[in-house]
Design a protein around this ligand. Structure first.
Ligand SMILES: Nc1ncnc2c1ncn2[C@@H]1O[C@H](COP(=O)(O)OP(=O)(O)OP(=O)(O)O)[C@@H](O)[C@H]1O
Length: 248
């Protein structure tokens, strides 16, 4: 049996007057590749912020690797790539290598020495996302999809067990989205990295994922991808408005 690494139990959250999440309960197990689907404003980013410990729930309990979120210290086990990472202009003064290396500070501490093999680790990590040939390039000179791969490498260099991605393919063209998801599937299968992905690309991603969660203030469905496939479009529309269209 795989270990439960993330657990939310009856979690609710509101921003001042807006109730955003209501009685959320679900679990993620080691090795899962979970896609979280939901319309705009349904609380997807808020749910990720709760997992990352950036905000705290008003009610309920969040556990990471069996420990309460408040006392969980091994933050380097969780890699995060936000929605807006791929927003550098061409003049941004950092190379791909420097950006990825900065991810090591999470593991070694901001003011400690970089490990001797840092350069080799950057190279290997860039290789795992297919970007090793770009290490000397300025980050701002890469396409949105390439930048996003570099940010995944930056998250991966501290050897996380879980990778959390908030709509990582916004602004990436269809062909590159396919190969981007192939890369995530390889990380999931070959390195056993658990992946939690907020996305609107349900059809593109669907043959790579193992689980789906449908969120709209509460979790309407959480289960195996095969069970998600058998949900009718009518039922989905009821939960999600027209935010999720399945192509048959
Ligand atoms: N800092 C904040 N203060 C007040 N309200 C907020 C804040 N952040 C988000 N909200 C509100 O909370 C609700 C959920 O927002 P959230 O960003 O979690 O949704 P989302 O599903 O990620 O949306 P999208 O798909 O558009 O990114 C929205 O109604 C939003 O306006």
């Amino acid at each position: 049996m795989s270990e439960t690494i993330i657990e939310m139990k009856n979690v609710s959250f509101q921003y001042e007057y807006t109730q955003v999440l209501n009685d959320i309960s679900f679990q993620v197990k080691e090795g899962d590749f979970l896609a979280i689907l939901g319309p705009n404003g349904s609380g997807k980013s808020t749910l990720l912020k709760l997992l990352l410990g950036i905000i705290k729930p008003m009610a309920g309990e969040i556990k990471l690797f069996g420990q309460p979120n408040d006392s969980f210290r091994e933050r380097e086990w969780i890699g995060y790539v936000s929605q807006k990472s791929n927003a550098f202009n061409s003049g941004f003064p950092a190379t791909v290598e420097e950006v990825v290396k900065s991810g090591l500070s999470k593991k070694v501490g901001l003011f400690k020495r970089m490990p001797k093999d840092a350069k080799e680790r950057v190279h290997q990590t860039l290789k795992s996302v297919g970007m090793e040939k770009f290490s000397d390039r300025n980050i701002g000179q890469l396409s949105g999809g390439q930048q996003q791969r570099v940010f995944i490498a930056r998250a991966l260099i501290s050897e996380p067990k879980v990778l959390i991605l908030d709509e990582p393919t916004v602004g990436i063209d269809h062909e590159n989205v396919q190969s981007f998801y192939d890369m995530l599937a390889t990380l999931n299968k070959e390195q056993n990295i658990t992946i939690i992905l907020v996305t609107h690309d349900v059809d593109t991603v669907s043959n790579r994922i193992s689980h789906v969660a449908c969120l709209n203030q509460t979790i309407h469905f959480h289960g195996y991808k095969e069970d998600f496939d058998s949900i009718s479009q009518e039922q989905l529309d009821k939960w999600q408005g027209h935010a999720v269209r399945k192509i048959h």
